[in-house]
Structures are given as structure tokens and as C-alpha cells.
Design a protein around this ligand. Structure first.
Ligand code: ADP
Ligand code: MG
Length: 255
């Protein structure tokens, strides 16, 4: 490479850096080589540069979004076996996967016994939303309530609620698996109230909404929470067989 060309490339790298075109900055040589090898016209060169920059940013944003969502595992909707859950209509999940309900702040509640795929579907929808550019945060109900209790003790509940409510989609997993501490109804109400008709929640639970009063130790608050949560919500009951049991070769299902 001539010294003039090297100087020009250094200048291009500096400009790309200033424009925060980090992919272009870091891959300038290979982009130029690709363009030269294919004898690209100016329009095609611009297309190559812009497209690779956009793709790199989308990939980066998705990766960071998945990290900050704190999913327990990257369950995908594509990996869900609908034949194993004949009571659940694929069309319903396909409809949810379009994520229109997140735009309008509606909620989804998956209800059913352990192992039927509630967490898988909740995370699958969350992953899809992150891939579409959305913000998601996953909590187990127990860890979310513990976090709120701690914020009360430390006197920063309102900041904590604001922080938890930032993502457009909040997933509260396994509500009702563990008994809730006494103030849970109140804390959960404050959380749900702030999101009402504005930012979506997915809740998964092994207990029917009619039992939530018992779980929270407060029938009135449970009713108020459920009113908010279920007013614009799709409740998805899944009452098939546990996938864990089904796929365990040690269990002879003919017995
Ligand atoms: P739940 O939250 O209802 O207790 P999970 O979503 O945790 O159940 O599912 C338990 C395990 O079984 C997970 O590894 C999940 O990926 C898998 N699983 C459950 N249902 C299905 C299904 N229909 N197709 C594929 N995997 C499934
Ligand atoms: Mg689960």
C-alpha cells in the first residue's frame, strides 16, 4: 500500500470513529477489499458499508438485550414442541409472537402445573421481543419480591420500582410457587399499577388467579392486582402433561 493510501485509510478510520461507525472503523480494510474484488459501483459500496454497520449494531444490541434481560436460559419459540402440548393452540402462540400486545401494553398470563412449558414460552416471547429491538427483564417472583422488600428496608422503593419498570416487557416467573412475604401484595400492586395499560407483563403461575389471594395473604389486594393485570390480558391455561416427565426415559409411561 502506498503511503498516500495508508494516510487516507487512517483518515477514514478516524472519521468512522468520530461518526461512531465502529464496525466500519474496525473492518475498513476488509470492506475495501470486498468492494475492490467485486469491482463495486459507488452505490454498491455505500450499500455494503451501511448494511454491514446496521447488521453489526443490531447483533450487538440483541446480544446486550439478551444479557440485560437475565433469562434463565435462552428458550426459543422455534424449539417449542406443540405436539407435546395438544391442548395449546399453535395459532395462539404464533399470534402472541407477533408482539402486537406489547405495543398496546397488554399482558399475558400462563397458568398450569410444573413442567408444561410456561417458562419456555414466556422466555421465548421475551427473546423474540429483544430480537425485534424491545427491552425485557426477567425475574422469578421470589427474587422480584425480595428485591422490592430490600428496597423498602433501604428506603429506595420508588427508585427501585422505576428501575424495574423501565423495560417495556417485564416477565414475572413462578408466581405462587413459594409463599409470599406479608408485604408482597402491596409491593406487587405498586409495581403493576405503574405499568397498567402502558407496559406489558408476562406472569407464569402454577396457581389459578382465584388462589392468588391466599398466596398473597390478602384477598382484597389480590383482587385489585388481578383487575389491573387481567383487564387487558390474555390468560393462557396449559394443562397438558409435564414435558420433563414425558421426556424422561426412566419413567415408563405405559405403566
Ligand atoms: P414450567 O415453567 O411450566 O414449569 P418449563 O418451561 O420450565 O416448564 O419447561 C421445563 C423443561 O421442559 C424446559 O427445559 C423446557 O424447555 C421443556 N419443555 C416444556 N414443554 C416443552 C415443549 N412443549 N416443547 C419443548 N420443550 C418443552
Ligand atoms: Mg417455570
Amino acid at each position: 500500500m502506498s503511503s498516500v493510501a495508508r494516510k487516507t485509510d487512517e483518515q477514514l478510520v478516524a472519521w468512522a470513529h468520530r461518526l461512531r461507525l465502529t464496525h466500519t472503523r474496525d473492518h475498513l480494510q476488509s470492506l475495501l477489499e470486498t468492494a475492490m474484488a467485486a469491482q463495486m459501483a459507488p452505490r454498491a459500496v455505500l450499500e455494503l458499508i451501511f448494511k454491514s454497520e446496521v447488521e453489526a449494531r443490531d447483533k450487538n444490541r440483541t446480544m446486550l438485550g439478551l444479557l440485560s434481560a437475565h433469562f434463565p436460559k435462552k428458550y426459543l419459540l422455534e424449539d417449542f414442541d406443540f405436539d407435546a402440548q395438544p391442548g395449546l393452540r399453535r395459532g395462539l402462540i404464533d399470534e402472541l409472537a407477533k408482539l402486537e400486545w406489547v405495543q398496546t401494553g397488554e399482558n399475558v398470563v400462563f397458568i398450569g402445573p410444573s413442567g408444561v412449558g410456561k417458562t419456555h414460552l414466556a422466555v421465548g416471547l421475551g427473546v423474540r421481543y429483544v430480537q425485534n429491538g424491545g427491552t425485557v427483564r426477567f425475574y422469578s417472583a421470589a427474587s422480584l419480591l425480595a428485591l422490592l422488600e430490600k428496597a423498602v428496608r433501604e428506603g429506595n422503593l420508588s427508585q427501585k420500582l422505576a428501575e424495574i419498570n423501565k423495560p417495556r416487557l417485564l416477565i414475572i416467573d413462578e408466581f405462587g410457587y413459594l409463599p409470599c412475604p406479608a408485604s408482597s401484595g402491596n409491593l406487587l400492586f405498586q409495581l403493576i399499577e405503574k405499568r397498567y395499560e402502558h407496559k406489558s407483563v408476562i406472569v407464569t403461575s402454577n396457581r389459578n388467579p382465584s388462589d392468588w389471594g391466599v398466596i398473597l395473604g390478602d384477598e382484597v389486594l389480590a383482587q385489585v392486582i388481578l383487575d389491573r393485570l387481567l383487564h387487558h390480558a390474555l390468560a393462557v391455561p396449559i394443562f397438558g402433561e409435564s414435558y420433563r416427565v414425558r421426556s424422561n426415559p426412566l419413567i415408563n409411561r405405559e405403566d
